[in-house]
Every structure is written in structure tokens, then in C-alpha cells.
Ligand binder design. Structure first.
Ligand code: AMP
Length: 466
């Protein structure tokens, strides 16, 4: 079934109900969303865009972008969102690789013009395996890859999350995430659309707007930096959080200290989940039941998860209906990242405990091999993060003439290098302890709040050369 029809079947019977609640007090109803999508589909189809054709969009966040997204689905075409921060040269690469028929940069103007075209009545039928969206991975190593997500994959994930997180029409979702990434576009948006509930729609995370939005919201979804920013704001009080039934976090690891501080401030436990562009959401902590700091919870219903390599800790492999079909025009890369029995090799290192909970210890490519020993950065970071003066640490390996790679800790905060190394050596095997600690005001992060270790490795590449 066309994903658009699944979503639209759940829109509120009363289409005048708001879908987008905007900061200036205006609201856009489900009826307006539906008609916007129908006109977009009509305009695309009149322009010869149909099944399989890509439609790219790069723009600031707006409700019209969502009308375009849904209109593209309805027309049977393939939605390709691009990070609004990409430069012209970066965009050229994506356009060259994906070859979209249409490239939209001003969705409000585009939707306004589409309204002059007759709306499309019935959606173009699609099968589960047909391509719905192409999501380029952030590509910290090598070329960015386009993950191909089908109508069936997106539908399966949306239904599982909607159920797992207990969404109802009475919810109000605070949506401050970007919509060029799976988190804001699929995880958050689909949960709201499937329950026909309104969203407090914020173009970005601005403290004042989020604090006032929380007064209306019942669910908030964010990346870890949203939560650290809220905690840094004295206006974020227990009373502010009281009307919110669920705080969800993901896209990057949530520090146990943030989890604890949030609970102390609000009395609520953040629900952490784990996902990626290639599979949307993979695991989640439970809605009812214990949410544990540092664990990303249990595999979602329908997801098969195992640890490769025969050790307790290894690379997480997954199989299930919401896993992507292939990397766009990269058959060899696709073949490399799937096992013979059809499991996707995620590249994330982790373990699953006896209870079934999953614990992630970082990306396989961030593993450090120093003097022949494996060092998992997360293990070192957990020790450093507990030391006084440390807000957050990022542990990396950089070239070292004796050890191959030397362990370096980049620490956001203040402290004494020698004392910190000595303390790490007291708590950890000597080969795991950092040989150098450098202090910084901020760690480099991408739009989703992920620490960019590739940049840190470049910056400190010659640290041991002297
Ligand atoms: P992306 O494809 O940009 O969404 O990035 C996916 C990657 O983000 C995953 O492969 C993980 O490395 C990381 N990630 C997402 N959620 C979590 C989480 N809750 N804890 C740790 N890492 C996460």
C-alpha cells in the first residue's frame, strides 16, 4: 500500500483539527495538509513525474515541506531531502548521483503554484517493496551513500513506533528536529500523523520557543543536545515538564549524567532509543517498564538483532521489515554490508544482555587499536565523564609510532592533564588510559548532535609526532 494512504487513513475524521501549531499562533489543519499534498501530487503528475522518479528538496523547515513530502509519496515518486546546510558543491554531488526530475528550494512558493493545478484524487498505487525515499547518510568516511527506504519499510517502522510509544489522538508532539533526517522526518512526523495529533512545529531548537511549547506538548522527541540545553536553562523546571508524558531521545548517545540530571530535575526518565538512516528505529527502551541509562533498550517488535563475530561484544546485525533495501547505485557496497543470510551489518559495536537489552559502545570504525590491544572509546569516556570538571569527553585514536594508534581524550571542560591520566590508569588497564588529554570549550557536532570524531582525528593527527 502507498505509505501516504496509510497515514491519511489515520488523519482525524474532523479535518479542521490542527496538524501544525506555529509559533506565531497560527495553525494549519489536517485538511490543509491533505489538500496541499493532493495539489503537489497533481502538479508533479502533470509535469510527468511518476513512480520511481526522484524529487529533491533543500529548504528551511516549513509545513509546506511536509506537503511536498506527502505529495511526492501520493504521486508514487521518491522523496529526497537534503540537509539545508549543504553547500552548492555538496548539493551538486547529490543531484548528480540521484538525478532527481525536480529540485525544490522554496516549498511555500512551490506549493502555492501547485494549488493552481487540479489536485490528484486517488494516490498512485505502490507495493511494499517500492522505493519511497532516498536518504543520504552523513558519510563521515568516503562518499555519502543513499539508503533506499521502501513504502513497506517506512510503514512497518511507523506502525511499530506508534504502538511502542503509546501515541493517541490526544497527544501533542513537540517537533523541533530538522526534517532532512530520519529522526524528524520519519520517526517524529509519522508518529504524529498516524495518531492524527497536532505538532508544536518549531523551525529549530530555540530555548524560549521550546519552553513555551512544552506547556502544550505531551511528547517531546530530541537529540541529546536538546536535553543538555534544556537542563542548562533554569526556566526548565519540574512544573514545565509536568504535562509531558514522554521524553524520547536518540540519534547520538545520551550521557548517563544527562539522564540522571533530567530525572532529578523533572522526576521523569528519558526514553532512549537507537536508530539509523538505514533502518529508522532499531531498539527502544520500554514505555512501561524500566528505562535504563546507557542502554538503548530492546529490539522493536519485528526486528531480529544479533551480535556478529562470536564474542559477547561485537558489531550489531539486524534483519526485519524496516531495514533499507540497498544503497542507491552501489551494489558492491550493499553486498558488503549484508551477511549471506540477509542481516544488515550496522557498523555499531554493542552487546545484548541476558534480559535482551542492547548496550552500544560506539561505531566499529571508532575502535582504537593501541599496541595490538582493542580499546573501546566508550569505556574510557564513561570513566572520564565522571571526573570533576568534565562535561563530556570524546576518546579517539591517532597515529603513534610505537603503538600504531595512541589513545587521546578530547575533553569538554577543565582539569589537569597529568592528574586525569593518572586517575584513568587507576580505574582502567594502562593500555586503555589516554596518553594525552586535550581540553576544549566545545566538541564538534553535526546537525543531529553527534560528536564528529573524524574531525577530531584530523585535528589531532600529529599530536604524537613531536
Ligand atoms: P544516522 O544514520 O545519521 O541516523 O546515524 C546513525 C548512527 O547514530 C547509528 O549507527 C549510531 O551510531 C548512532 N546512534 C543513533 N542513536 C543512538 C543512540 N541512542 N545511542 C548511541 N548511538 C546512537
Amino acid at each position: 500500500m502507498n505509505l501516504y494512504d496509510l497515514l491519511a487513513a489515520r488523519f482525524p475524521a474532523n479535518r479542521s483539527k490542527p496538524c501544525f501549531l506555529l509559533s506565531d499562533g497560527r495553525a494549519i489543519s489536517y485538511g490543509e495538509l491533505e489538500s496541499g499534498a493532493a495539489h503537489v501530487a497533481g502538479r508533479l503528475s502533470a509535469g510527468g513525474v511518476g513512480p520511481g522518479d526522484r524529487v529533491a528538496l533543500q529548504a528551511e523547515k516549513s509545513p509546506e515541506s511536509i506537503m511536498v513530502y506527502l505529495g511526492v509519496l501520493k504521486a508514487g515518486a521518491v522523496y529526497l531531502p537534503l540537509n539545508s546546510a549543504y553547500t552548492a558543491a555538496e548539493v551538486d554531488y547529490f543531484l548528480g548521483d540521484a538525478e532527481p526530475k525536480v529540485f525544490i528550494t522554496d516549498p511555500p512558493a512551490w506549493v502555492a503554484e501547485a494549488r493552481a493545478q487540479p489536485p490528484m484524487a486517488a494516490s498512485v498505487p505502490r507495493e511494499d517493496g517500492d522505493l519511497a525515499s532516498l536518504i543520504y547518510t552523513s558519510g563521515t568516511t568516503g562518499r555519502s551513500k543513499g539508503a533506499m527506504l521502501s513504502h513497506g519499510a517506512l510503514a512497518a517502522n511507523a506502525l511499530a513506533l506508534h504502538e511502542a510509544w503509546g501515541f493517541t489522538p490526544d497527544d501533542v508532539l513537540l517537533h523541533a528536529l530538522p526534517i532532512f533526517h530520519v529522526h524528524g522526518l520519519f520517526v517524529a512526523l509519522h508518529c504524529a500523523l498516524l495518531s492524527g495529533c497536532p505538532m508544536v512545529w518549531l523551525p529549530k531548537f530555540a530555548d524560549a520557543d521550546v519552553l513555551s511549547g512544552l506547556d502544550r506538548a505531551t511528547v517531546m522527541m530530541g537529540v541529546p543536545t536538546f536535553y543538555t540545553r534544556l537542563l542548562d536553562n533554569p526556566g526548565f523546571t519540574r512544573a514545565k515538564a509536568e504535562g509531558v508524558r514522554l521524553f524520547v531521545c536518540g540519534s547520538a548517545p545520551l550521557l548517563p549524567s544527562t539522564f540522571a540530571e533530567f530525572e532529578a530535575r523533572t522526576g521523569q526518565r528519558i526514553l532512549e532509543r537507537y536508530g539509523m538512516s538505514e533502518a529508522v528505529i532499531i531498539t527502544t527502551n520500554p514505555l512501561d517498564g524500566d528505562r535504563i541509562a546507557g542502554s538503548v533498550g530492546y529490539p522493536l517488535p519485528g526486528v531480529e538483532l544479533r551480535i556478529g563475530g562470536g564474542e559477547q561484544t561485537g558489531v550489531i546485525q539486524i534483519r526485519g521489515p524496516s531495514v533499507f533495501s540497498a544503497y542507491w547505485r552501489m551494489p558492491e557496497k550493499t553486498a558488503e554490508e549484508f551477511t549471506a543470510d540477509g542481516f544488515f551489518i550496522t557498523g555499531d559495536v554493542g552487546r545484548q544482555d541476558a534480559d535482551g537489552r542492547v548496550w552500544i559502545s560506539g561505531r566499529a570504525k571508532d575502535l582504537i587499536i593501541s599496541g595490538g590491544y582493542n580499546v573501546y572509546p566508550k569505556e574510557v569516556e564513561l570513566v572520564l565523564d565522571e571526573l570533576p570538571g568534565v562535561t563530556e569527553s570524546a576518546v579517539i585514536g591517532v597515529p603513534h609510532k610505537d603503538f600504531g594508534e595512541g589513545v587521546v581524550a578530547v575533553v569538554m571542560g577543565k582539569g589537569d592533564e597529568a592528574a586525569m591520566i593518572a586517575e584513568a590508569r587507576r580505574q582502567l588497564a594502562a593500555y586503555k588510559a589516554p596518553k594525552r588529554v586535550v581540553f576544549v570549550d566545545e566538541l564538534p557536532r553535526n546537525a543531529m548532535g553527534k560528536v564528529q570524531k573524524n574531525l577530531l582525528r584530523q585535528t589531532y593527527a600529529t599530536l604524537f609526532d613531536a
